[in-house]
Structures are given as C-alpha cells and as structure tokens.
Write a protein that binds this ligand. Structure first.
Ligand code: KG4
Ligand code: ZN
Length: 338
C-alpha cells in the first residue's frame, strides 16, 4: 500500500510518500518546510504566523514529495494525515487539504495521532517484527513528555506524562533565561560539553515518585533563581548551567523509563520527539539499558526523523490504519491518548 502522508501540527509543513514492501516500510520522500526561523525572533511559535505559512507551503511540499517519489495522486492508495494534537490553525491546513484530495481522487483517509507518530517513526526501513512487542514509547518533544505501552496488537496504553512543562519546553525556557535563541535544546547540549560538573545543583523533580509522571517547571524556577543570584553570567557559568540542566532532565527521563520498562516487562524501548536528537540522552539511555535490562532492545530515530515530519505519520498509519470517510475527519487540537 502506497501512502501519501501529511503533517502540519505546528510550524513544520511536511509531506511524505511511503510504501510497504515485504513487511518493511520504505520511504520514497519526506519533504519538510519549516517556519521556525520566523519564530526564533519572537522566542516561541506564534500560531497565526505558523498557520499562514502552512497555507503557503502545503501544496508545493506535496508536489515535491510526489515528484521525488516519482509518483502521482493516481498511484497513491491512501492518504494519512495528522489530526492532532497541535495548533488548530496549522492542523486545519493539513486536514482540509487531505480531505479535499481524498474527495477529488477518491482515496481512503487515515487520521493519525501526531504523538504516536514520534514513536512509530522507529519502524521506518525496518521489518515489522524487528521491533519486539510489548514496547515502551518515550516521547520527548517541545510540547510533550509521555510514556506509553504498545502491546502485541498495537493497542496503546498511556502510563504517564508531564504535569507541567515538557522536556523540550524546559530546555527552551531555561535557554531563554541564559540568553539563547529559541529553540534552545541543541545549543544547551553544545554548551554542556564545555560545562564543569557539580558547580550547580538543580532539582530532579519527581525522580523518586513511583508513578510515571514528570514535572520540569521547578527546574526552570531553580535556574531562574541562580541566574538572578549571580547577575553577571560569564560563558563558563553558562556552560556549567547547561550541563547541570541537561543532566537533571536526562536523569529523570532515564530513571522513569527504566522503572516503567521493568514494571511492564517490555521487550523494546522506543524513543522519539525533538529532544531525542540529544546525543547525551541517547548515549546514556542506551548504556543504562544495556547495564540494567540487557534483554531489552533500544531504538531511536535518525536525527532528521526526531523532529516533526510526515514520514512518521505514514509509518503510524500502517499500524493504525482505520480509514474514515472524509466527512468525518476533523482536526482535534486536544487529541491525546485514547
Ligand atoms: O518534536 P519537536 O520538533 O516539536 C514538537 O512537536 O514539540 O521538538 C522540538 C524540541 C524543542 O524544544 C527543542 O529545543 C528540542 O526539541 N531539541 C533538543 C535538541 N534538539 C531539539 N533538546 C535537547 N537537545 C537537543 N539536541
Ligand atoms: Zn511533534
């Protein structure tokens, strides 16, 4: 089944063409246009600006994805589209485009939860059975930090998530406090490499709780207090703050993930979302899994597939492929795990 997938939940406009060949998802094209540079100036995504850019980019991105895949609408079997969660204005562009294409070209429509996409992207270019189930998914993005289980039939069970800021949001807000442009995650990771250990001591919120919830807003407050106390931060102090911030976030993520993997006896751990691009997180998580749960396999997407893209929506559609009549597909900004 050849799929055209669309993703427009936030500030990325993306279209991908995929197929499934001998039980393996093959990616023909995955075009991503982003309005991120426009939001860097304002320190965060302005929904109105993001939605307007979605309209501008949508059709050229679809055309380019089809061209690169040497495909046309005629040889597409179904259209997968992100229906939520996300920004309403942005979501509407992808959803209404997909509905129109579905109606005009008489193609089935598959609505996809963006959050699942961040984890199912791990199946791209792999045999379906290469990832053993049950699996534990950890989404770490700018908007979400969630842990959920995928059983043998791909039934989803959410087991915990952030009570306030997401992991990526913590990187971004702390970055702003120390003068980094938005988004700050990658810059904090880079600065942390030059940081000295044990100069600062920030909290690891909820690290000892028995549930699988996260909370990162207290960490932001702790950094805020230090920044106010010191007043004139020099470069080395900034590097030290970056190292301790990153370590605090990673410590909590690793502790909760291993705790959940052990409790639910999973065979695989799948990481996804923009923060999964953090090499320190993936290296340390891999190391801890090897040491403590050597029978569990660990999967992390290629860096280019960690941030929002349509390939992840297409990959999810192969496993959750209930088609819905175009009249019944609607954008749902609040969509979560059901
Ligand atoms: O998944 P994503 O593209 O957007 C959402 O759907 O939210 O994630 C973006 C987030 C931002 O918060 C950004 O700071 C963070 O991912 N990020 C990183 C790194 N690269 C991106 N965080 C930590 N380390 C990185 N290397
Ligand atoms: Zn995302």
């Amino acid at each position: 089944m050849k799929l055209l997938a669309l993703e427009t939940s936030c500030d990325e406009t993306s279209a991908a063409v995929l197929t499934k060949r001998s039980n393996q998802i093959v990616l023909y094209s995955n075009i991503v246009a982003s309005s991120l540079p426009l939001h860097a100036k304002t320190g965060g995504v302005i929904p109105e600006v993001a939605a307007r850019k979605q309209i501008e980019y949508m059709l050229p991105v679809i055309k380019q994805a089809l061209r690169q895949a040497a495909s046309s609408f005629e040889d597409i079997d179904a259209i997968a589209v992100t229906v939520g969660p996300g920004l309403i204005g942005s979501l509407l562009v992808g959803v209404e485009t997909a509905k129109t294409l579905s109606f005009v070209y008489k193609k089935p429509l598959i609505p996809v939860n963006h959050l699942l996409g961040h984890i199912y992207v791990n199946w791209i270019e792999k045999q379906a059975d290469e990832i053993s189930l049950p699996a534990l998914g950890l989404i770490v993005s700018g908007g979400h930090t969630d842990l959920f289980l995928i059983d043998q039939k791909h039934k989803i069970q959410w087991i915990g998530g952030t009570r306030d800021d997401a992991a990526g949001e913590a990187f971004d807000k702390i970055g702003r406090l120390i003068g980094f442009p938005y988004p700050a995650g990658a810059a904090i990771e880079k600065a942390a490499q030059k940081g000295k250990k044990d100069i600062f001591s920030f909290p690891r919120p909820l690290i000892h709780s028995v549930d699988f919830d996260f909370s990162f807003s207290g960490l932001k407050t702790a950094v805020f207090r230090e920044v106010q106390r010191i007043k004139n931060l020099d470069q080395q102090m900034i590097n030290n703050i970056c190292l301790e911030t990153q370590t605090a976030i990673i410590d909590v993520l690793i502790k909760k993930t291993l705790q959940a993997a052990e409790k639910y006896q999973v065979k695989s751990i799948l990481l996804g979302g923009g923060v999964a691009a953090n090499g320190t997180l993936t290296d340390q998580l891999r190391k801890k899994i090897d040491q403590q749960l050597p029978k569990v396999s660990f999967f992390v997407p290629a860096r280019s597939l960690c941030t929002d893209n349509a390939a992840m929506i297409g990959a999810t559609a192969y496993f959750h492929k209930q088609t819905v009549g175009w009249k019944n597909v609607n954008a749902n900004p609040q969509l979560y795990f059901s």
